[in-house]
Design a protein around this ligand. Sequence first.
Ligand code: SF4
Length: 519
Amino acid sequence: MSVIILSYPRFWTAESYDVVVDSPLTACLMPGYVAAVLKERGISHYLIDAQQKGWGLAEIPTCIANLMGQEPYLLSLQLIYSFENTDKIIQSLKEVKDINPTAHINLFGYYPTFAYDLILSQYPVIDSITLGEPEITIAELATALGKKESWQGFPGIAYRDTTGNIIKGAYQSPIMELDSLPFPCRIQSETDSTFTYIQGSRGCYNSCFFCYINPFYGYQAGWRGRSPQNIVREIITLLEEPLKSHFYFADPNFFGPGLFGQQRAMELARLIKEQAPGIVFGFETRVNDIQESSLALLSEAGLRYIFLGIESGSQRWLDRVKKNIRVTDSIKALQLCRRHGLNISTGFIMFAPFSNLEDIAENLRFLKEQELLHTPTTTCHVLYHPTFISWGHPLYCMIRQKTGSEYFLGLDTFEPRVQLLYEYQAEVSRRVLAYVQGRDLDMSDSTPEEEKIFKRLNCLVIEGFEQALSLTLKTHKLPQLEASLSELQTTMLKKLTPAKACLSARSQAGDYHKTALLK
Ligand code: SF4
């Protein structure tokens, strides 16, 4: 029994590009780890990135048929939440099965884990869904299918029984010793990107209300880290390839908890300096884990990029979502990272379930005071980032009854005036992002004229948001507010338009990492 581990082409739309959901960063090594475990167990497999192979959705069924013929096989597809395109992807899988009805089609990843019930009831072509951590489950499924043994009831699998009932097995036990996993297999497109991704840990020791990490791995799994020695061994292996010197940790939270987490990070820094000198790396972290002693060592070892999970400038909101940080932790983290000359990106959720206008006003004040609204791209992103809560997430279950929303809760959970403000800013931000195309993130080759335009755009976006917020705070009647914001939006878009003509349409580097950094 051969296994195909497939990543399909991504769909980006203006509406979906900035939705903080199903982060590609933390998911990016999943297929590679599945392949590595299959390889270790001697199970024949293909690790395929359809995009890198140039396979469109329409070609996937024929390409797979050419590869597998009429042999039975297991097709495990990492399904990313794809909004309105999910149907098209499933249709393509249906064609795969029409060509070879013996194929077993399995989905894995964040979205299928949360939406297993919905997917299995809507799409009979899906035979099974892997819940949570996929490596062991897919290997066991492949082995059972190969031996024509029963797999129903395996831990980590959801499926339909013969009567059509959906059965969800218990989760697999989490892999507590990550060092026991082989190094992930790499897909060519991944190795072509500027950054090589490394997974140093899984899970998180916190459980923010809006986050899907622990609901995916299971709360009992918590934060699990590879040993510094094991990570550095993989880095050294990767350094054997030419031009590989930039690494980015795909961990949801780089540091482990407390003193242990700090000591582990310092040990990693020491080993990198000693055994892999000259590399550059980055990671994402909670702000409370930023400490001078570990940051200094990590910077000496090559840390250049850091993504801080600030999320909000409103302490009330942070407390409501159980972020377990203080706004002052964020301020201190920013100061330390700046002192070490790091390239800082911020996770910031301006619009979220539970946000109210006071939170948004505090957010704006915080962003200005901390000088985080410095370029049009950054400003546009942080001023309108919404977050969505996926199907299956505990928070979804808690508030779904209020909305009846089918897949994701997001805008429909905002209070109406917050929603109108969001709609104002979303249009302005999308327009400016389309004009700028990320070129302001690295102005090394910008002309002085372009720099002036970026500065002007940035000021306009901030001024517009301030005016929109002020209107929203003082206008309580919705029709009146809607009309005022619409008028402001029209005026603002007119002011922004001249920039379009001035900025030549140079395209933004299509780097997987850059997308993640902006989120
Ligand atoms: S700290 Fe980050 S990774 Fe951890 S639960 Fe919160 S959002 Fe998720």
